[in-house]
Design a protein around this ligand. Structure first.
Ligand code: HEC
Length: 126
């Protein structure tokens, strides 16, 4: 089922998350139009505005909503200029947001500009 907040987002896929909380959650991955283009082309430098939202569920119950958005150059130059946010499952309360170093530390290991884009065939064919 698609959460209310994702009504205007594009769904990219759903799978058991490998990165977050050791396989506890099923992740549904959403993006906006800018992110969808990067997903299709497999670009290594994502354009500002690209947004990804990872909705998690555990046994059908909502878990955290994790969001990242590429900001303009200079927002966080040492870490790819990504903004991160953690919200509750219904996206009513933002628990943490901004230049979150714990998110950036692990996402820096991704093959492409801090995003993993799991399931993107453009990236996998490289
Ligand atoms: C220990 C490593 C690790 C940490 C810490 C981590 N992530 Fe991730 N994240 C991943 C991996 C791996 C994926 C690819 C999907 C999966 O989980 O299998 C991912 C996917 C995502 C995605 C989907 C976009 C993409 O990169 O493909 C978002 C959004 C996201 N994470 C947000 C966050 C936020 C916000 C935080 C900090 C609260 C965070 N992550 C912390 C490893 C991590």
């Amino acid at each position: 089922m698609r959460p209310d907040y994702a009504a205007h987002l594009i769904e990219l896929g759903a799978f058991v998350s490998r990165g977050h909380a050791g396989g506890r959650y099923r992740m549904q991955l959403f993006t906006n139009a800018v992110g969808k283009k990067a997903w299709q082309t497999g670009t290594h430098a994502l354009p500002a505005g690209a947004l990804f939202a990872a909705a998690h569920t555990e046994d059908g119950r909502p878990g955290p909503l994790l969001v990242m958005q590429k900001r303009a150059a200079g927002y966080d130059p040492g870490h790819g200029d990504w903004y991160y946010a953690v919200a509750d499952g219904a996206a009513r309360r933002v628990l943490r947001q901004g230049r979150l170093p714990d998110c950036a530390a692990c996402h820096s290991m991704s093959p492409t500009d801090y995003v993993f884009l799991r399931g993107s065939s453009a990236l996998q064919s490289r």
